[in-house]
Design a protein around this ligand. Sequence first.
Ligand code: 5HY
Length: 235
Amino acid sequence: MLIKVINANATDSMTEIIGESARAVAGPGVTIDAVSNATGPLSIEGHEDEAMCLPGLLAEVRAGEAAGVDAYVIACFSDPGLLAAREIAAGPVVGIAEAAMRAAAYLGRGFSVITTLERSAPHTRHLAEVYGLERHCHGVHATGIAVLELETDPEAYEKMLAKSREALAADRSDVIVLGCAGMADLCRRLSADLGVPVVDGVAAATVMARSLVDLGLSTSKYGEFSPPPPKTAPV
Ligand code: 5HY
């Protein structure tokens, strides 16, 4: 089985972290093709970045279709292009925010999302509503660490640990969701230090994508997610 994991941004070092997380859970017989979005922004930190990442991200899905990819993971916590990718792909497409939040709902009474910049928090709350998980999402907390600083700020881990402890107490939650694909490598350490489940969306989405393929299931093409009709210019 071939799962293509698409980092919506153009930062290769983050793609490596994402690929490692996906490979760690992929299981036997699954090949992970982790790719960067060559024409996307270096990080996705707002609506304009999200819009700008879409052409490159969807081009990767189209290339995946030509290469026989079985399923896709969109590895960016705003789940950019998720619905469009579902129109293009024959196999299932799973976004890391949706997969992480759904997984977290199995694990406790309520979860807190630990995100990067404060500006990302409202969109995460919006996604929880869209996915019908707002009752489970007890809070979204920003660390103030920009996406690319996750790799360069020597205090990034300590800041995430402190913010997670604050969130668990303030939200009366019992599960932490990592709100950025670039946090994937911190998941196990954070869970050990906090003593609660910590969900990395890259891993959750990879397992979900694999499971859907194993079940022989994919996006319905019956209605909304059928390819759009061909267009001819008016004359
Ligand atoms: C992500 N941005 O997962 C999001 C997270 C964020 O480039 N990869 C990004 O902070 O909005």
